[in-house]
Design a protein around this ligand. Structure first.
Ligand SMILES: NC(=O)c1ccc[n+]([C@@H]2O[C@H](COP(=O)([O-])OP(=O)(O)OC[C@H]3O[C@@H](n4cnc5c(N)ncnc54)[C@H](O)[C@@H]3O)[C@@H](O)[C@H]2O)c1
Length: 281
């Protein structure tokens, strides 16, 4: 590829952990499209993950930070502007974590201190990075901030647990802050609602293989991959989408607007041991 779509743009990419991460693909593609950026993740993820490899490949400095810490976020913006030589044009929030999911607490038996963490890490951190960017006036006019969401924000999905609540909050923050940031500084704020994708966070969800297969069959275009999601993120960072803001944009092969598909129905009917499905009511 190579359209120089992000030539001269400066960014901050949150959430690349390994080469399966959506943020990793965004970083690779942003680099190929001419952007310069910093990478950030938790100190533990920076130590345990393979971020050094990505950092070398993209010539991007890694800044360890907990996205729930306002102080850490201030340091991320300050250092990023210093090393990149100016205000930031794009920010990717690609962060999600639920201790209830990790510790297999079901939705009707949540641990509330875990729930608070889920919301803080997966949604409120989006508000924090917007508020810190706003107060520091760190994002340039017509800049773009993107968070990653999932359709469980609108509809219930078995096993997605308290992450559904976090995604609803994330999308709401994009609308509420998007209004203010647009009005005051002409900065766009959107979320992309991505298909299930086989990553470290994704595979933690109960029944993830089945969910991926189901949505693959339900989507006329099939599931969107992490690379395809990166491509969509880049369009939102580019100058071609300057008037898109406060939106939750589905990037899911059409899944979110399908009630029932032929492929899913065919598979469903295989579970009935009958030749003539028309006899079923
Ligand atoms: N994989 C999917 O099926 C899918 C679908 C729709 C949306 N998403 C969303 O995409 C985003 C990226 O997830 P992914 O699938 O690439 O998985 P991933 O596990 O590669 O990325 C999640 C990242 O969040 C980071 N993180 C966790 N706690 C943090 C904290 N306190 N501060 C800073 N970073 C923190 C992790 O270190 C990790 O890098 C998440 O918001 C996720 O919910 C994923």
């Amino acid at each position: 590829m190579g359209y120089n779509l992000l030539k001269g743009k400066r960014g901050i990419i949150f959430g690349a952990l390994n080469d399966m991460s959506i943020a990793w693909k965004v970083a690779e593609m942003a680099h190929a499209e001419g952007a310069t950026f910093t990478l950030t993740n938790t100190p533990v993820a920076c130590r345990m993950g393979t971020l050094t490899e990505l950092s070398e490949k993209c010539n991007a400095e890694v800044i360890p930070a907990d996205a729930t810490s306002v102080e850490d976020l201030e340091a991320v913006y300050a250092r990023s502007m210093e090393v990149l030589g100016g205000k930031i044009d794009f920010v990717l929030h690609s962060i999600g974590m639920s201790l209830n999911v990790r510790k297999k607490r079901v939705y009707h038996d949540l641990n509330y201190s875990y729930l608070n963490k889920t919301l803080d890490i997966s949604a409120i951190s989006f508000h924090k990075l917007l508020q810190v960017g706003f107060k520091m006036d760190a994002i340039s006019e017509w800049g773009s901030v993107v968070g990653l969401s999932y359709v469980a924000a609108q509809r219930s999905f078995y096993g997605y647990n308290d992450m559904a609540d976090a995604k609803s909050l994330l999308e709401s923050i994009a609308r509420s802050f998007g209004y203010i940031y647009g009005r005051e500084k002409k900065v766009r704020v959107n979320t992309i609602s991505q298909s299930p994708t086989m990553t470290t966070a994704g595979s933690g969800v109960k029944g993830f293989d089945g969910l991926m297969d189901f949505s693959e069959r339900m989507s006329p275009l099939g599931n969107a991959t992490a690379e395809e999601c990166a491509g969509y993120c880049l369009t939102l960072f580019s100058d071609f989408t300057r008037k898109v803001t406060m939106q939750n944009l589905f990037h899911d092969g059409g899944f979110s607007n399908v009630g029932m598909s032929l492929r899913a129905m065919t598979q469903y009917n295989k579970s009935f041991d009958v030749d003539d499905i028309s006899s079923l009511d």
